[in-house]
Ligand binder design. Structure first.
Ligand code: BV8
Length: 228
């Protein structure tokens, strides 16, 4: 299992969440990525994601994403990617078995009928659902703080039978994703963390590889494939 966070997309030019000023794309996360913020001011939150969509649409995968495709093509056991990222760089790199536990920027969900559809365009509070035609109930299919994660039953199964857990570019702050390494460890997996620094989760990682993922992940994957 490979768990990825915003750090794997940093070398593709996308902002991470916990940059120095604590802001994210010049906004406080609490103002744009909580279910309360969305309920209170849906247009403000729609605008935030509408502005982000073109940048993520244009973003290109970097060597870290591409190395995962190489691993999936050459490794005998199945490799699953659990990503906290809402960008589609794993898919653009040709990665398979990608699970977006925090949702995706190019998906919209209707809170009236549950229909999920794809778009890279703008969404507003007036738009109608293409399935039930009710207006004003569309939300980015992104898991806000206070919402349950997606695919958690699949994630639980993957972590229970995981024998190698690699965490790439996540600060280990946001739960429950930050607790996945613990479940993998207790299931007997070897655990490796790739980050620019050691994170707060260091107790559960057997190995820390410090450096940019665009360099460290291809190197680790070559090491794994040679020992295959
Ligand atoms: C839930 C959507 C159950 C927006 C996101 C108090 C204590 C503990 C937990 C909580 C608490 N209060 C509330 C909670 C729960 C809360 C939580 O964990 N809060 C934290 C902040 C304390 N979690 C939730 O609400 C989750 N839901 O628990 O549901 C529930 C349900 C109902 C009622 C009750 C309970 C929902 C969490 C999902 C929230 N949505 N995103 C969007 O993405 O548009 S989270 C957001 O943070 C992103 O998804 C992001 O991916 C995620 C994690 O951040 P990272 O990916 O790690 O990014 P970050 O910038 O932090 O770090 C980047 C790392 O990369 C750094 O370490 C850096 O060193 C490294 N790096 C940088 N460059 C590179 C690099 N590494 C390698 N190479 C590089 N080049």
């Amino acid at each position: 299992v490979i768990l990825t966070g915003a750090g794997i997309s940093a070398e593709s030019g996308l902002a991470t969440f916990r940059s120095a000023d604590g802001l994210w794309n010049n906004h406080r996360v609490e103002d744009v990525a909580t279910i309360e913020a969305f309920a209170h001011n849906p247009d403000y939150v729609h605008d935030f994601y509408n502005q982000m969509r073109p940048e993520l649409f244009a973003a290109k995968p970097n060597p870290a994403h591409l190395a995962i495709t190489k691993l999936q093509k050459n490794y005998t056991s199945p490799i699953n990617i659990i990503t906290q990222n809402v960008d589609t760089l794993h898919e653009k790199a040709g990665n398979q078995n990608v699970w977006h536990i925090h949702g995706q920027i190019n998906q919209i969900v209707c809170l009236n009928c549950g229909h999920i559809f794809e778009t890279w365009g703008d969404i507003s509070d007036e738009d109608e659902c293409p399935q039930c035609n009710i207006a004003g109930m569309l939300k980015p299919n992104i898991v806000f703080f206070g919402e349950n994660l997606l695919y958690m039953d699949k994630v639980d199964k993957l972590l229970q039978k995981c024998d190698l857990f690699i965490s790439v570019g996540t600060s280990g702050i946001v739960y429950p994703a930050a607790g996945f390494v613990q479940i993998a460890k207790f299931s007997g997996a070897d655990t490796i963390e790739l980050n620019m620094e050691q994170t707060s989760n260091n107790y559960f990682f057997d190995r820390h590889i410090v450096g940019p993922a665009g360099t460290t992940l291809p190197q680790l994957i070559d090491e794994i494939l040679i020992s295959e």
